[in-house]
Design a protein around this ligand. Structure first.
Ligand code: FE2
Length: 328
């Protein structure tokens, strides 16, 4: 007989007058009791009844987790505007939502549905960060330690949006366009052979040339897609350019590189350095910033200073702490 497993969920995240699509359970004396069937709408009376009995958490069957994730995704805009929900919880649901959509996007980069969901995820990241300007220093502890293309996409979007807001030079629509481009920046890697992307050790010059083509593939995947605004293509095309002209694909230098490229270049390099790679362990945020600051011919210092401010003084004065140590 199959033994059911249960996952704890936060009662506050459930929206009233919605059909949940998953059964709710209460835990009592180490037993799980079916409380509400997935077909019956969740309403305010039920919520008040639970709160009146001191219930803050409920349980779902672990096998229903994907239904729960979809439910949160579909109700995220509402969750973000709910004053009853703490900012810590909002940060977590927005970040986790961006991760699961980024995973689907890399698996299915041309699907209209995943691109639409990506745009909604990015809108929610923008909404969160506009209200939560100090939040990045806490979100970094939610980020998984190991590098994956999809975690990297969500992280680069998160950093780029926070940077764009702190620079104060973009309106909300422009921040969204930049954020979506950052979310999609490495989408072209979906067309690079896995054995090259996952190769431990150094790439041969030929292999590196193949990896570099991800910029072109990315542009090719999104160009002409009406769901991707023109300015969202800029981070995809220019995130590997460097101020010195040593980057690719265009070898552009200084002012020739759009600001979208300069921002995502820093977000990209920072995330790549502070996550465990096959060939290198994650650096501390302090060390990563130190390396980027020392490389002034390649990275824009004004943007880097904003990044230092967003990460908080403790990360830049050597109070170490590898990102990820505080996860869980
Ligand atoms: Fe890239």
């Amino acid at each position: 007989m199959e033994i059911s497993k249960y996952t704890k969920i936060d009662l506050k995240l459930l929206r009233t007058d919605t059909v949940l699509g998953f059964d709710l359970y209460l835990r009592s004396h180490r037993r799980y009791i079916l409380y509400r069937s997935h077909r019956i709408p969740f309403n305010e009376r039920v919520r008040q009844n639970l709160l009146g009995h001191g219930v803050k958490s409920l349980y779902i069957l672990t096998r229903d987790e994907s239904k729960y994730k979809s439910y949160i995704e579909n109700n995220l805009t509402d969750i973000l505007t709910d004053p009853q929900i703490k900012m810590d919880v909002k940060r977590q649901v927005v970040y986790q939502n961006s991760l699961s959509i980024a995973r689907d996007l890399i698996a299915n980069p041309t699907s209209t549905d995943t691109v639409k969901r990506s745009a909604r995820a990015v809108e929610n990241i923008v909404e969160l960060h506009i209200k939560d300007k100090e939040g990045l220093k806490k979100i970094i502890y939610l980020m998984p330690q190991d590098y994956k293309i999809y975690t990297h996409s969500a992280n680069v979007a998160t950093y780029s949006i926070a940077l764009a807001i702190s620079l104060g030079i973009f309106n909300k629509k422009e921040i969204f366009e930049l954020g979506l481009g950052a979310f999609l920046h490495d989408i072209g890697k979906s067309r690079i052979p896995r054995e090259i992307l996952d190769k431990p050790g150094h790439l041969t010059p030929e292999e590196f040339e193949i990896v570099k083509r991800h910029v072109y593939h990315g542009w090719h995947i999104v160009k002409g897609n009406p769901l991707v605004p023109r300015r969202s293509i800029l981070p995809i095309s220019w995130h590997h350019e460097r101020l010195s002209g040593d980057g690719y694909p265009g070898g552009k230098r200084g002012d020739e590189i759009p600001i979208h490229g300069l921002i995502t270049a820093i977000a990209d390099a920072f995330d790549a350095m502070t996550t465990n790679r096959i060939y290198q362990k994650a650096l501390s945020t302090f060390k990563a910033i130190q390396i980027l600051l020392a490389d002034e011919k390649n990275y824009d210092r004004r943007i880097l200073f904003k990044m230092i401010k967003l990460l908080g003084p403790d990360k830049t004065t050597g109070i170490q702490q590898q990102r990820g140590e505080m996860v869980n």
